[in-house]
Design a protein around this ligand. Structure first.
Ligand code: SF4
Length: 251
């Protein structure tokens, strides 16, 4: 510290005032500096807080936009679904209307049934054809389709019959009690599924049965030494019948 020589009270007073003024000035500067620092810190904190808020806002905005997009897609999908549903309903209605229209249509067979008497149907015959044989053959063919049945047009094609004769034959077979006919809609047209009801006994196969001409028929019994269970004639006959039946089916 520099020692100053005090030469008079006035000078001392002046010195003191100067020192006081400097102190006040320093103090002011210090206070200002502290305030500035504090303000800077507060401003920094505020800026950081604002930044965080802005960031949150940006994330929220992004989320809102993404949600908007999802909602839009959902709305579009819903619209599409509704349009599809409407189209399906319209198609269904159209199909139902078509079906009703078809159902209202009468088949050729239904007309025949009205026009012909029962006897006319039962006595239906095709020129130069053994009708008993044909009835048996067709019935056996229908029987081979068991519970699945066969569409009449397919059967007539196999037998090379016209649909006129085929329809009359189907009616005859039904009246004879050999088959049943089920009216079904096939490819937009009414037709009949033919199903077996009673399998005919083929007179031809009975004629060929080995037992009718068997020399040991009197000694034959199910539990005897001579028996249908071990009979080779019966076995051959059954195999031959099966082959004949298969041949009819493929024809
Ligand atoms: S089953 Fe054979 S052995 Fe018996 S009667 Fe018939 S053919 Fe003759």
């Amino acid at each position: 510290m520099v020692k100053k020589e005090i030469t008079s009270p006035a000078k001392l007073k002046k010195e003191l005032e100067e020192a006081k003024a400097e102190l006040v000035s320093r103090n002011k500067k210090l206070k200002l500096s502290v305030k500035t620092e504090a303000k800077k810190k507060v401003d920094k904190k505020k800026a950081e807080a604002k930044k965080k808020v802005d960031k949150k806002k940006a994330v929220a905005k992004k989320k809102a936009e993404a949600k908007k997009k999802v909602d839009k897609k959902k709305a579009e999908a819903k619209k599409k679904e509704e349009a599809k549903k409407k189209a399906e309903e319209a198609k269904k209605k159209e199909e139902e209307a078509k079906k009703k229209e078809e159902e209202a249509k009468r088949t050729y067979e239904e007309e025949l049934e009205e026009q012909l008497t029962e006897d006319e149907i039962k006595n239906f015959a095709i020129d130069k054809t053994d009708m008993d044989k044909l009835v048996n053959r067709v019935t056996e063919m229908i029987a081979s389709y068991a519970t699945n049945g066969i569409l009449q047009n397919i059967l007539w094609r196999k037998l090379k019959l016209s649909s006129r004769d085929g329809s009359r034959l189907a009616l005859k077979l039904e009246k004879l009690g050999n088959i049943t006919r089920e009216k079904i809609l096939e490819n937009g047209r009414w037709t009949y599924l033919l199903l077996i009801k009673k399998i005919p006994i083929s007179t031809i196969s009975i004629e060929n049965a080995p037992c009718l001409v068997c020399p040991v028929e009197g000694k034959c019994s199910t539990d005897g030494e001579i028996s249908p269970k071990t009979c080779v004639y019966i076995e051959d006959w059954v195999l031959a019948e099966l082959k004949t039946k298969k041949r009819h089916e493929t024809n």
